[in-house]
Design a protein around this ligand. Structure first.
Ligand code: GDP
Length: 427
């Protein structure tokens, strides 16, 4: 069976922990979109890891970890990540990389940085991992697939020469930076070839067989619904689809095989980068939630940037779950809220004097003001609780209030960062 694990919000909902947890009973875990621009934090017996490219199932020796064709593959970063986990004592993982995955080229990272520099204050808050230039080239059909590393030298050099001719115009005239040469780019690609060669495979053919054999397969999404380029808060979005539906494309499996869509929803809100964030909070209130949030504070896994903080947003989350096609909600990081006397929850948006529960398009979203309902806190530590009924009443009320507002079943409640800190609810 194929299960997708995706986020309903702005990312950082705890998808890594849920994937790591479900991987225990899975055979294959696949990354199907995005690149090394976002990270998952995982805590297990081997230590604490920030994974950017590898799927969150690499810690088991019974799983195969796959980089699907939809990923923006940064080969040196993949290579370093594999080395890092091996150095920390994790058994060498079984990794497959799609021969159709495209590579983040060294100049993509440069262009990301140059463009942010050029836009100065008006930037998109990129992590400068080359993701936007990468996807621009992919759809402009001047990207490089992994399989091209194994083509003959002359045709690869010929393509490099055509592509960098275009890049050099921008480098010279727009950015005023050093130009690229064919030999330099080719030499870098040959280094990439050596690093990736042991893992390259026809992933969709492998998955076709795996599905037929009834293997348990997880599709691990990056970021969340709000960052989807079509359905999110465009243009403050990422460059590849963050939706479960894209899992079929980015891995190369039939869409009807995705039977379960676990949408991860965090018990409060956080976001990185610029963009509309209606229930955002500021000052001491935000600092305290940021400090107590996640595991060791809400700071970016890739950049270390402090995340923007906010109260739970039912409007964004209901929409985020709907657009994912949610079958199950995993409600995470609930333990963090145990310090609060009262917990505001955003239940509506006021736009031009009218209150709505429907998530609007970006132009209207800019005008939205949060409408809050305040729920009583539970003022206790809920870590270690394994039975839903043992949760404090106010805590259950918080969960059930949100479940009713978002309209999707919360079947898992995560009350700690560890792999087994989970409460299953039978719905
Ligand atoms: P992802 O990108 O969606 O995987 O999310 P991140 O890894 O960026 O952020 C989630 C953070 O919350 C990580 O540091 C996790 O270890 C932590 N985390 C996940 N679930 C829980 C939970 O239930 N409680 C607490 N306290 N931390 C959690």
């Amino acid at each position: 069976m194929v299960t997708a694990i995706v986020g309903a919000n702005w990312g950082d909902e705890g998808k890594g922990k849920i994937t790591d947890m479900l991987a225990e009973t899975s055979d294959i875990i696949i990354r199907f979109q995005g690149g090394a621009n976002a990270g998952h934090t995982i805590i297990n017996n081997y230590g604490k890891f920030a994974l950017h490219t590898l799927p969150s199932g690499v810690f088991y020796d019974h799983t195969t970890s796959i980089i699907g064709n939809g990923v923006a593959l940064d080969i040196p970063k993949l290579f370093n990540e594999i080395r890092d986990i091996e150095e920390k004592g994790v058994p060498t993982p079984k990794i497959l990389v799609s021969d159709r995955a495209q590579m983040v080229m060294p100049y993509h990272v440069l262009f990301d940085a140059y463009e942010e520099e050029r836009l100065a204050g008006k930037s998109f808050g990129s992590t400068k991992s080359g993701i936007a230039p990468f996807y621009s080239d992919k759809y402009a059909k001047i990207g490089f697939q992994v399989s091209e590393l194994f083509a003959d030298e002359a045709s690869l050099k010929d393509k490099i020469s055509r592509v960098i001719a275009q890049k050099n115009v921008l480098l010279e005239h727009l950015y005023k930076k050093p130009l690229l040469t064919v030999d330099e780019v080719y030499a870098t690609l040959m280094e990439y070839k050596e690093m990736v060669a042991p893992y390259v495979c026809d992933v969709s053919a492998f998955l076709y067989d795996a599905v037929k054999e009834g293997k348990n397969i997880l599709l691990e999404g990056q970021l969340g619904s709000m960052k989807d380029p079509d359905h999110g808060i465009y243009p403050m979005v990422t460059s590849s689809s963050t939706l479960a539906a894209y899992g079929a494309i980015g891995a190369g499996i039939p869409p009807y095989e995705i039977k379960k869509i676990v949408t991860v929803v965090k018990a409060y809100s956080s976001a990185v980068g610029a963009g509309e964030f209606v229930s955002e909070i500021f000052g001491d209130e935000a600092d305290e939630l940021r400090r107590r949030g996640g595991d060791g504070g809400e700071f970016g896994a890739t950049t270390g940037r402090p995340r923007r903080m906010g109260w739970f947003d039912c409007v964004a989350t209901r929409y985020g779950c709907r657009i994912q096609g949610t079958t199950d909600v995993a409600f995470t990081v609930l333990d963090v809220l145990g310090y609060l006397d009262e917990i505001p929850v955003c239940v509506g948006y006021e736009i031009d004097g009218v209150v709505t529960k429907d998530f609007p398009v970006t132009t209207k979203l800019k005008k939205a003001k949060p409408v809050y309902e305040v729920l009583p806190g539970w003022k206790s530590d809920i870590r270690g609780i394994t039975d839903y009924d043992d949760l404090p009443e106010n805590c259950r009320n918080y969960i059930e209030f949100i479940e009713k507002e978002i309209g999707f079943p919360i079947t898992m409640v995560s009350n700690g960062p560890g792999r087994h800190e989970i409460i299953y609810r039978n719905k």
